[in-house]
Design a binder for this molecule. Structure first.
Ligand SMILES: [Zn+2]
Length: 289
């Protein structure tokens, strides 16, 4: 049965039906719907064994030197690197841990968080730093100075519970940064069901700026700020899907340069939102009002 991930409404409209997993090409067909009450765009139904769709997921794999260079040049600017004051950082959905390593080199005390216990344990011993699961995170209160969710929020099956955990785990005055694809962007409207950043079934919810701002305030964050993140991967991946139906690495790479030009005109394919704990009154009102 459908229950909106944001407002618990039971009513929805179909937006896209029978989409394949174009990126990793696992079997299955997936639908996206929009909540009739709050408007949240979300995957429905959600596969039971979501972890199976991460078995060949690139952000979890070891990176080649070439890919590391590409990442730095193309998407490096999308990751927050605040300098002062440094302290304890939690990166939720830390993938292969490259961001944690860089933040540690930058004198932050870095902690990762991954949902899959096995993956978290393996990553922790490889990185030689703590990688928590969401269950572990429940034990942390007023502990972190900074929490980041770099392109991971859209993967969460229970995004509100995670935001509440993040808020609890932050010190007063601590900051959260969340970077997500923008479902209201020109890019999403142009490429529709072949938009690279849909990524079914791994992307479960796609909050627009308005809904995510409201959610952050409801959880207790204040001083909400939003900036657009222009990344050519969305255009390049979408062209790959348009041409061949599925992800093709060479087409993707070739289209990175036109993607950069595209980003000069359409800069809102992704966005980053931030909030500070302690500056906002926790709101108890319904998000749909
Ligand atoms: Zn809703």
């Amino acid at each position: 049965m459908f229950k909106c991930k944001n407002c618990n409404s039971l009513s929805y409209l179909f937006i896209y039906k029978d989409l394949p997993d174009r990126f990793c090409q696992h079997e299955g067909r997936f639908d996206y719907v929009r909540c009739k009450d709050c408007g949240l765009f979300q995957l429905f139904e959600i596969p039971e064994k979501l972890e199976e769709f991460y078995s060949s997921y690139r952000p979890h794999q070891e990176e080649s030197v070439g890919y590391q260079f590409f990442r730095k040049m193309i998407i490096g600017h999308c990751y927050p690197f605040p300098e002062n004051p440094r302290g304890k950082l939690l990166d939720v959905g830390c993938g292969n841990g490259w961001y944690l390593r860089e933040m540690e080199e930058n004198k932050w005390q870095a902690f990762g968080c991954e949902f899959d216990k096995k993956f978290a344990r393996k990553l922790s011993s490889k990185l030689k730093m703590p990688v928590l699961t969401d269950e572990d995170l429940e034990e942390y209160t007023n502990f972190f100075d900074l929490v980041t969710l770099n392109f991971s929020f859209e993967h969460l099956n229970n995004p509100i519970k995670m935001l509440e955990l993040v808020h609890k785990s932050l010190k007063k005055g601590g900051k959260v940064f969340i970077s997500v694809p923008n479902i209201d962007s020109g890019e999403a409207k142009l490429f529709k069901e072949k938009w690279f950043h849909l990524d079914p079934p791994r992307h479960i919810t796609l909050f627009n700026k308005d809904l995510l701002s409201k959610l952050l305030r409801k959880v207790g964050f204040g001083n909400i700020q939003i900036e657009n993140l222009a990344i050519p991967t969305g255009f390049a991946g979408s062209i790959s899907y348009k041409l061949g139906g599925v992800f093709h690495p060479l087409t993707w790479k070739i289209n990175m340069v036109p993607g950069m030009l595209f980003c000069l005109f359409m800069r809102d394919g992704n966005y980053r939102i931030s909030g500070i704990k302690g500056n906002g009154e926790k709101k108890k009102d319904s998000l749909s009002t």
